[in-house]
Design a protein around this ligand. Structure first.
Ligand SMILES: *Cc1c(COP(=O)(O)O)cnc(C)c1O
Length: 370
């Protein structure tokens, strides 16, 4: 982590201190109120629960420190993505999205946005590099892409998009603001699923939009209030708690992923290994630049679907689940969702288990006839 990020983490951990009165709770209360004392409408911090409430304020304050931007929280990553796209698009507008990105974002474009007259053009992440941005209103980037882990230069894409008059939205879910900072590289909005590493314990769906354009962020907040796409106070509390240990968990997860990717690279049964942290990986160019490290996601192929399923079933320290970024190492065969990957392709999300015992369980599962 950079010194700036270290300072943001320390500030985040103490963000409530300055406003605490004697005897007040150190952690934010879970506020379930829908209504607030309102004898007159002027000057109240909160008026009605759909417009804003104290537990959102607490988690948004943390995220604002980490993003160094304004933040509006949402009940899921998809709710945040929807808000960002709706607020940047209108009928007749054109948006370029990654065809190898998060698949529900693609469905949102195809099944919903197109119906309202938005032209949605899916382009593979690597081809965005050379794509013509003329005539586009939004360039939507996901880097590293999910699950293929291809990367694209955010700064270069943003400069080109702005020249063409387009806004840039970056889905930063796989990296978090600790490991990659799209807004610092010029992106207009960051969207993220805090369901993943920020919450970290696979027990809360949550998302946020971050940005530095006050008018645009006001529109995002209006979208939340008017559409009613609001996070629950319990989830806001869980994400507040999760964010306090994000840096600790990420440090372990990324260091372990680096070790495991290196060992998988030398394993005879592994093909098509992808981990941006490996020096030979096509995405390695981004590491040390826009990416602080290689992250905690690894992609690899086993011989076929059956072999991959057997491996997953046999490894006691791999949770067979979709999603990633939790404390438990988890993996799945992505072709079962229709991703354009080989049948035996596995996306592995490295958790916080001590790395040697984790590797031993992976190695043992690979040793039995798979
Ligand atoms: C999970 C995920 C989302 C959606 O988040 P939800 O909280 O499940 O709605 C969006 N983008 C990426 C890259 C994701 O991994």
């Amino acid at each position: 982590m950079t010194a700036e990020t270290d300072a943001r983490i320390a500030h985040m951990l103490h963000h409530r201190k300055a406003s605490l009165e004697l005897g007040e709770p150190v952690v934010p209360p879970i506020s379930v109120a829908t209504t607030f004392h309102l004898p007159q409408t002027q000057g109240a911090v909160h008026s009605y629960g759909r417009a804003g409430q104290p537990t959102w304020d607490a988690v948004e304050a943390q995220l604002a420190i980490l993003e160094d931007a304004e933040v509006v929280s949402f009940p899921s990553g998809m709710a945040a993505i929807t808000a960002a796209l709706v607020c940047c698009l209108k009928a007749g507008a054109r948006v370029m999205i990654p065809s190898d990105g998060y698949y529900v974002t693609r469905l949102l474009g195809r099944d919903m946005l197109q119906v309202y007259g938005v032209d949605v053009e899916p382009v593979p992440t690597l081809e965005m590099e050379g794509a013509d941005f003329a005539g586009f209103d939004v360039i939507y980037i996901e880097t590293p892409s999910n699950p293929g882990l291809d990367t694209i230069d955010i700064g270069a894409m943003t400069a080109r998009a702005h020249e063409a008059g387009a806004r840039v939205i970056v889905d930063n879910t796989t990296m978090t603001p600790l490991l990659q900072r799209p807004l610092d590289l010029g992106a207009d909005l960051v969207v993220a699923a805090d369901t993943k590493a920020p919450s970290g314990h696979s027990d809360a769906l949550f998302g946020h939009v971050a940005g530095r354009d006050t008018n645009l962020m006001a529109r995002i907040a209006d979208w939340r209030r008017q559409s009613g796409s609001i996070p629950g106070p319990f989830e806001a509390y869980l994400v507040h708690r999760g964010l306090e240990t994000l840096e600790l968990r990420l440090s372990r997860m990324c260091a372990s992923a680096d070790v495991i990717a290196g060992r998988l690279a030398r394993h005879p049964k592994i093909r098509g290994l992808r981990y941006p942290g490996l020096p030979g990986d096509p995405s390695h160019k981004a590491v040390g630049g826009q990416m602080v490290n290689g992250g905690f996601l690894i992609g690899f192929e086993l011989a076929d679907a059956a072999t991959a399923e057997r491996f997953l079933a046999r490894c006691p320290l791999i949770e067979q689940a979709t999603s990633f970024g939790g404390v438990h190492t988890a993996a799945e065969r992505r072709a079962r969702w229709g991703d354009a990957v080989a049948e035996g392709f596995i996306r592995l999300s490295v958790g916080i288990e001590p790395v040697d015992i984790l590797w031993q369980s992976i190695e043992a599962a690979l040793a039995t006839d798979c």
